[in-house]
Design a protein around this ligand. Structure first.
Ligand code: SAH
Ligand code: DHB
Ligand code: MG
Length: 223
């Protein structure tokens, strides 16, 4: 799977010194290597273009790799707001976003999204055209409810890491990389909400490749 993913990226994704520098700077700063893959980043970018996106909200910035892919889909007056709990991750991301010449379009807000999301909503932020949920997995149900309040009909909500190599199948299971954090239960509740919530139509597409076996949830806001 890894070599196929590498072949796909080599064929279809132009070498990109700015994204490569973002990955290198994130590594050098000791950030975990958990950004989306190049092919996934390009998928996010294409979905944002397909959406005609002018306003993007991201939860979970890390070093800004997915942020750069998404923000590059914006028109000149477009805006992306990205929420990151870790001040250190946010600092690395800001440097990467500056290097990508996207600072005018991208705002990195530091703090747990449990606090920054309600603040944004209270300020009347949104509606966003595309929302990428990629922060702490146990909070995905809460994030879905809150981001729905900042959506419009036609908003695309994307959730990363909703397969976890199949670990989501066991309701009593644990994510081997993050034991005791309730990640599996959070992600399973996220599926239930996607199914129950009358305002969205959703599916999940499994992803394989350099980041292992995982998946993206895609939810279209319909009312
Ligand atoms: N979207 C990034 C990867 C994000 S990794 C990319 O693909 O390039 C998940 C990020 O969520 C980490 O940086 C972590 O610090 C952050 N995070 C964890 N809990 C959070 C919370 N409660 N609020 C906001 N960010 C959080
Ligand atoms: C992991 C992967 C991710 O894409 C993410 O957002 C958080 C954690 C992981 O593999 O641990
Ligand atoms: Mg992720």
């Amino acid at each position: 799977m890894t070599s196929i993913d590498q072949y796909i990226a080599a064929e279809l994704i132009d070498p990109d010194p700015i994204l490569a520098a973002a990955v290198r700077a994130s590594e050098e700063a000791g950030l975990p290597p958990i950004a989306v893959s190049p092919a996934q980043g390009k998928l996010l970018h294409l979905l944002a273009r397909l959406q005609g996106t002018r306003r993007i909200l991201e939860l979970g910035t890390l070093g800004g790799y997915s942020t750069i892919w998404l923000a590059r889909a914006l028109p000149a007056d477009g805006k992306l707001v990205t929420l990151e709990a870790s001040p250190r991750h946010a600092e690395v991301a800001r440097a990467n976003i500056d290097r990508a010449e996207l600072a005018a379009k991208v705002e990195v807000i530091v703090g747990p999204a449990q606090e920054t999301l309600p603040r944004l909503a209270a300020e009347g932020a949104g509606p966003f055209d595309l929302i990428f949920i990629d922060a702490d997995k146990q909070s995905y149900p809460e994030y879905l409810e809150r981001t729905l309040e900042m959506s419009r009909i036609g908003t695309l909500i994307i959730g990363d890491n909703v397969v976890r190599a199949g670990a989501i199948l066991d309701p009593d299971g644990d994510d081997p990389k993050h034991p005791g954090e309730g990640i599996i239960q959070g992600v399973r509740r996220f599926y239930e909400l996607l199914a129950e919530e009358p305002r969205v139509d959703a599916t999940v597409i499994q992803t394989v490749g350099v980041k292992g076996h995982d998946g993206f949830a895609l939810a279209l806001v319909t009312s």
